[in-house]
Ligand binder design. Structure first.
Ligand SMILES: C[S@@+](CC[C@H](N)C(=O)[O-])C[C@H]1O[C@@H](n2cnc3c(N)ncnc32)[C@H](O)[C@@H]1O
Length: 297
């Protein structure tokens, strides 16, 4: 949804935009190509540093990159001038999903890891050391998985026999409890392990708190009437954005009355985009906007 993101951010010469989820730099590149504005790219994944360095060579004066969590944006930007816009494209990048060494996906066999920042507790640690009730809660809370308790019990049973080391190991453990045809039918559109993998990933990266914290910091980052674009990939992310909009409704003007979803062509080209939801709004902490909020929520 690059065109739609550009129409929300409206980058023009001299404007300063934060791309808080730089990833492969696709959105940043489009913003830089569309105008003479300045972009600060942020990503917690150290693998993004090299990709950013390549882009910096093409845009030495208009682009910088800082590695770190977007929850720490005020610290990261320090005394820099405030920004005119910010983009969040939540979740993980295809670089992360497609690299077996990052251990995010059951489509590739790799050591269970899932840490975007390559630091801290990994999926391996969680799966092999957390108590059954805590695993069940994580899988329920972040995966909305109705079979969370049975999956947690199966994980604990399996790890007593041998450690669950790889993405394929975890996939197999989850599949073990989905062996009846009626259960498989209910999950026909997605792999039976999708929700469990999502839940563990969200927990490992503390993704929801990251989003909530970042949205609460706009007054320290943005100029008046700054433009904000958020792309969520599941309801948990989008709910945080919606709640934030509701509780700050006096300071927000919704740009698009309805959420924007990817076109059929985009979904065909990039099937992972199918659940993406784009929201755009203007934020001004000191101005009282009226109306225009509820339609899009
Ligand atoms: C969906 S990808 C972004 C793709 C990017 N828009 C592009 O065009 O290539 C999300 C990126 O955000 C990063 N990310 C996720 N949560 C983050 C956080 N809390 N702080 C900083 N970066 C984060 C991930 O490491 C990943 O690279």
């Amino acid at each position: 949804m690059v065109t739609e993101v550009l129409s929300i951010l409206n980058p023009t010469s001299g404007k300063r935009i934060i791309d808080a989820t730089f990833g492969g730099g696709g959105h940043t590149t489009a913003i830089l190509e569309s105008s003479g504005c300045y972009v600060l790219g942020i990503d917690r994944d150290p693998d993004a540093i090299d990709r950013a360095a390549t882009l910096k060579a093409s845009y030495p004066n208009n682009f910088d990159f800082l590695a770190g969590e977007f929850s720490r944006l005020p610290d990261l930007i320090g005394t820099m001038e405030r920004f005119d816009g910010i983009l969040f494209d939540f979740g993980i990048s295809s670089f992360q999903v497609d690299d077996p060494d990052r251990g995010f996906s059951f489509s590739h066999d790799g050591k269970l890891d899932m840490r975007m920042s390559k630091r801290g507790l990994s999926a391996f640690d969680v799966i092999n050391s957390f108590e059954e009730k805590d695993l069940a809660e994580i899988i329920w809370k972040y995966g909305d998985e109705p079979k969370s308790r049975r999956i947690a019990a199966e994980i604990v049973r399996a790890r007593k026999i041998s450690q669950i080391t790889t993405t394929f190991d975890l996939h197999m453990v989850v599949r073990n409890i989905f062996n009846s045809d009626s259960v498989k039918k209910k999950y026909s559109k997605i792999d039976v392990a999708t929700k469990t993998f999502q839940a563990i990933r969200i927990f490992v990266n503390d993704e929801l708190l990251e989003i909530d914290t970042a949205l609460g910091q706009f007054p320290r980052l943005l100029k008046n009437d700054a433009r904000i674009a958020t792309i969520s990939f599941h309801a948990l992310e989008d709910r945080i954005v919606k709640n934030w909009i509701k509780s700050n409704s006096a300071s927000i003007k919704i740009i698009n009355k309805s959420v924007i979803k990817p076109s059929h062509e985009e979904i065909k080209k990039n099937p992972r985009s199918r659940s993406a939801v784009l929201r755009g709004f203007v934020y001004n902490e000191s101005k009282a906007y009226t109306g225009e909020v509820d339609d899009a929520l």
